[in-house]
Design a protein around this ligand. Structure first.
Ligand code: NDP
Length: 674
């Protein structure tokens, strides 16, 4: 039995007062003791703001991403220690895999997206610049910068590692320090994962701190630069969100709370269609994975009325095979709930549901166990309810029994199915088992506004599908209404929750200097050295090559057409081209202009430019007729170092005619040696 320590101001700190016993969900033994009495929360906040924040903000997104990857690597290297602790939470090996390796995987993805999608800088540009003044001397540009406060992460008990890491990755990538408050009942697993991250030695001082229990004054010291990210019950979320300091200081509050997620067997399904079997398998799986203690679990399963009996029979066959007991014993497929208190809460909620729905599988109070004693642990049977009157049974749509509990219901038609899915008043996840794209579209139009994520599962995707209940780091996790109204993850979107978006206005030269990117209207410097002869480190933002002109002849156009096979009438048929409202007559191929542009700006000898790897934002603005001359300006727009050997250079390219009118514009991307 371990006494857990808080980690405050970079020091492992014991609580001074009474400690809370945390018991094994399997044996009932005390496995850890924890408390936070005597911990100075204000000092933790000050440390985060004054030490952790400045250190993280001094690192670029890429440096933070490398640090996050190192944290994930450290967790993976010591995952066995976490598995050894996790079984006492009631988790099976599979449940622990979701929590531990799923958590590390989430960090890996966050790190990788940070390196690929964010600049090697501390400012994040949001969208293109906005031209404001007619002469181009005054423009607008949105940017994100890191908040100067702390992120307070209040986590749920069900995934102590994943739940901590899915919030921590985006927070650290944003350059914001975190104070993590894990749920008490699984705090020993969270503490162990936290300790591994500290011992990895890659975090700057003050970047993360651990508070094992809430302190009474926790919200009193928060300010406008802090963010609270909460996962747990609606009751706690509402209490915390209504705190006067949260209201007065407009403290950002990201909430992810109760959710009565639905799954629908589409109206196109029959007992013989693959979607029927996939649906039955998924409902049973969602009921039993993590003993149903998943915020995304299927609580409400809807099927076409004519299939209700068939689905019920198939579900009962599957649920009958579930073996409940000690997850360390071979053959056990469902472990325990996290605590007897939680189990009692689920039983109470199940009794509420039973007022309006019939129990068709399981027993609220008893379960046959393998390798465990009912009196010791927090075990319960999977419970399948059924009601034939979903509109007359409010409780099944309103009461979240956070355990292996689900209710099967019929729907009349597609509109009824959509309305019933939305009756959950906002959820995290909706799954629809259909093979019909029109059904899928109708669901999106009718139900997407009520659900944070919709997953369609059919015969073609089933093997690769990540299933109904798995939030992914690249997709948003959160939902409207009852689900809390928050959003987490979603790749770079999740990072922005910890940053402030500001609109900048000013002269392009000034704003270019701010964002380390050349903006139209800012100075373009020219020199004697061709930009392709300069190494990555030598290229200055704004450095420009203005090329000589080249006349595009009719012979060029015909040669290009025959050579490539692109004999489209706009280039080859004068009469047909002239009849087209966009062209004065035959015009040069856009691809010919791009090729001539390259011919004008390229310096051919071997040098630091290693590869051209694409164009972005290509627009042909004005057609070029035979006999017209074009020229090119090539400007270094931005740079991002990729590794010690090379970096990406983004070039702003403008192809203009003799009157300096723009014919085509695009960004060219090259890899340049350091
Ligand atoms: P709670 O809302 O009780 O707890 C969630 C987190 O909030 C825990 O870390 C808890 O700490 C903390 N907390 C509680 N009170 C305060 C406070 N006054 N100040 C600061 N922090 C506080 O939810 P549980 O984890 O106990 O789960 C209960 C129910 O929540 C479930 O039955 C389920 O309905 C729902 N739930 C929903 C989830 C979702 O993602 N949608 C996930 C998990 C649960 P401590 O543990 O120390 O009390």
């Amino acid at each position: 039995m371990t006494t857990l320590l808080n980690y405050a101001a970079d020091t492992w700190t014991e609580a001074t007062g009474d400690l809370t016993d945390v018991r094994s969900a399997i044996t009932g033994e005390v496995v850890a003791r924890l408390g936070s009495k005597g911990i100075d929360f204000k000092a933790m906040l000050d440390h985060a703001r004054n030490v952790g924040g400045p250190a993280l903000r001094a690192m670029t997104f890429h440096a933070r991403a490398r640090m996050i990857k190192a944290l994930a690597t450290a967790i993976m290297a010591r995952k066995d220690e976490l598995y050894a602790l996790s079984w006492a939470t009631g988790a099976t090996q599979g449940d622990s895999w979701i929590d531990i390796e799923g958590g590390a995987g989430t960090l890996f993805t966050t790190a990788s997206k940070g390196r690929r999608e964010l600049p090697d800088d501390v400012i994040l540009i949001d969208g293109a610049h906005e031209p404001i003044g007619k002469r181009g001397t005054f423009i607008g540009q949105h940017v994100y910068t890191s908040l100067h406060g702390a992120a307070i992460h209040i986590n749920a008990f069900n995934f102590p590692v994943w739940g901590m890491l899915e919030k921590l990755g985006p927070t650290l990538l944003a350059g914001v320090p975190a104070i993590i408050k894990p749920a008490g009942s699984t705090g020993y697993v969270a503490e162990a994962a936290f300790r591994i991250m500290i011992e990895a030695g890659v975090l700057p001082a003050g970047a993360i701190q651990l508070l094992l229990e809430p302190t009474a004054d926790m919200f009193d010291h928060l300010g406008c630069q802090d963010v609270v990210s909460f996962t747990g019950s609606a009751a706690t979320a509402i209490k915390l969100q209504s705190h006067p300091v949260i209201q007065r200081e407009s403290v950002r509050f990201v909430a992810e709370r109760d959710s009565l997620n639905a799954s629908i067997l589409g109206p196109d399904a029959t007992p013989d269609s693959p979607e029927f079997d996939l649906f039955v398998k998924e409902v049973a799986r969602e009921m039993t994975v993590k003993a149903g203690q998943k915020c995304t679990a299927i609580r409400r399963a809807f099927v076409p009325a004519k299939l209700l009996n068939a689905v019920q029979a198939a579900l009962i066959v599957r649920l009958s095979k579930v073996v409940v007991g000690n997850p360390q014993v071979e053959g056990v497929s469902m472990g325990a709930l996290v605590s007897q208190q939680q189990r009692d809460d689920v039983r109470e909620k199940a009794r509420l549901v039973s007022r309006q729905a019939a129990l068709v599988f399981g027993d609220i109070d008893h379960v046959a166990l393998t390798g465990a004693k009912a009196a010791d642990g927090a075990f319960m049977s999977p419970l399948l309810f059924r009601t034939d009157d979903p509109w007359g049974s409010d409780l099944v749509h309103d009461v979240e029994a956070f355990g292996p509990v689900s209710t099967l219901m019929p729907y009349r038609d597609l509109d009824d199915a959509i309305a019933l899915a939305n009756r959950g008043k906002g959820s995290l996840a909706l799954s629809v088992f259909t093979y019909d794209p029109q059904v899928a579209r109708d669901f999106v139009l009718g139900a997407a506004a009520f659900h944070g994520r919709i997953v369609f599962i059919d015969r073609d995707s089933a093997k690769e599908s990540t299933g109904h209940g798995s939030p992914l780091p690249m997709l948003i996790h959160g939902g409207p209404g009852r689900a809390g109204g928050g959003e987490e993850m979603g790749g770079v979107r999740g990072v922005k929750h910890y940053m402030q978006r500001s609109a900048l206005q000013g002269n392009p030269r000034l704003l270019s200097g701010v964002v380390s990117q050349w903006l139209p209207g800012s100075p373009q410097s020219e020199g004697d050295v061709h930009p392709f002869r300069q190494r990555f480190g030598e290229l200055a933002i704004g450095y420009t090559l203005n090329t000589a002109s080249r006349t595009v002849t009719l012979e060029d156009i015909e040669h290009f057409a025959e050579f490539t096979g692109d004999t489209f009438y706009a280039h080859m048929d004068e009469e047909a081209a002239a009849a087209n409202p966009f062209f004065p007559g035959r015009v040069a191929h856009g691809y010919l202009l791009l090729s001539f542009a390259a011919g004008l700006f390229v310096d051919p000898a071997p040098g630091p430019v290693l590869a051209n790897y694409g164009l972005e934002g290509l627009r042909f603005v004005r057609p070029v007729s035979p006999g017209e001359a074009i020229k090119v300006s090539l400007t270094v727009k931005s740079k991002a170092q990729r590794n010690d050997e090379y970096g990406e250079v983004r070039w702003a390219v403008a192809i203009t005619d003799a009157a300096d009118e723009l014919c085509a514009t695009y960004d060219l991307l090259t890899m340049n040696a350091m």
